[in-house]
Design a protein around this ligand. Structure first.
Ligand code: NAI
Length: 311
């Protein structure tokens, strides 16, 4: 199996590193527009192989898409990351041009690939990728936006910090848009080994956990001066792994909605079953009134951003 990662920056290179170390595919192609960067990072990563004990081949490419041909999965991380104080939405203009161009070239060389969109603002970039894919006759189930995988792991981190229980015992997911004000951490459904977290945390603490989760990315951007990469890299790898191993894992991801969760013609985070064919099925959680209202509000914000694409 072959995976291409477009964008050999912080998130792209970390994703490639995780995919190689887990040995889930034979070949990873790392592509970047900046001369030599992808080749350099690929070589650096290959020089970890004997120490890490992996046999995956990593190839670098400066914008040569022929090297990406016949990829099974393509992770798209090309674009600008956030700087402190910036919202994901402010990246739209620049990243839309990049994502449109990259998706077109990728699908030309790998018409059967499943695309995982990471570039921000992710839901809008996923919608854009969906539109390009439609023009090229690609099934919507092969277009997946990565946000819920990361946001849910941040949610589990904050829940673990608040409860004192191990992160691996904590289950919870974040749906909605992948933005500071649009994501919806589902506190009502989060559990510690099937026990509702509300048994351990007061309403006020749970609200703080949700608020911290929503600005989890911004908190890191403030500390780092740019956006994070370790968690985004492994969160992207987790989705790739679910695809290539046909795991049928339920991972909240941004997918094209056609009436599900009361929304149409939009890509947003909902729990989906991920396997060899991309997102195979949307899981319909019965949201309460408050959650439904939050989802509708989140959709309005994502839709406003999508409208910028048309201008
Ligand atoms: P980075 O700046 O480290 O890397 C981006 C790379 O893309 C650069 O190496 C750049 O040369 C390359 N690039 C730009 N235009 C290109 C093109 N046309 N073709 C190929 N490569 C191109 O940025 P970082 O930190 O890796 O973030 C990448 C993107 O991922 C950003 O938009 C960021 O906001 C987003 N992100 C999304 C997350 C999510 O959960 N969906 C989480 C973290 C970051």
């Amino acid at each position: 199996m072959k995976v291409t990662v477009v964008g050999a920056g912080a998130v792209g290179a970390t994703t490639a590193d995780n995919i190689a170390r887990k040995q889930i595919v034979d070949e990873v192609v790392l592509l970047d527009i900046k001369q030599g960067v992808a080749e350099g990072k690929a070589m650096d990563l290959m020089q970890t192989a004997s120490l890490e004990g992996f046999d995956t081949t990593i190839i670098g490419s400066t914008n040569d898409y022929t090297k990406t041909a016949k990829s099974d999965v393509v992770v798209i991380t090309s674009g600008l990351p956030r700087k402190p104080g910036m919202t994901r939405e402010e990246l739209i203009g620049i990243n839309a041009g990049i994502v449109r161009d990259v998706v077109t070239k990728i699908l030309t060389h790998s018409p059967k690939a499943i695309l995982l969109i990471v570039s921000n603002p992710m839901d809008t970039m996923t919608y854009l990728a969906y539109q390009v894919a439609q023009e090229m006759g690609v099934n919507k189930k092969r277009i997946i936006g990565m946000g819920g995988s990361l946001d849910s792991s941040r949610f589990r981190y904050y829940l673990s910090q608040a409860t004192g229980f191990a992160q691996s015992d904590i289950h919870g997911q974040v749906i909605g848009g992948h933005g500071d004000t649009t994501m919806i951490p589902l506190t009502r459904l989060a559990t510690v080994n099937s026990i509702p977290v509300s048994r351990f945390l007061s309403k006020e603490v749970l609200e703080k956990v949700a608020a911290d989760t929503m600005v989890g990315g911004a908190t890191l951007t403030g500390l780092l001066g740019t956006s994070a990469w370790y968690a985004p890299g492994i969160a992207s790898c987790a989705v790739v792994e679910a695809i290539v191993r046909d795991e049928k894992k339920v991972i909240p991801s941004s997918v094209y909605l056609n009436g599900e969760y009361g929304q149409k013609d939009i890509c947003m985070g909902v729990p989906v079953v991920i396997g060899r064919n991309g997102w195979e099925k949307i899981i319909n959680i019965r949201l309460n009134q408050e959650e439904q209202a939050a989802f509708a509000k989140s959709a309005d914000a994502v839709r406003n951003m999508n409208n910028v694409l048309a201008t």
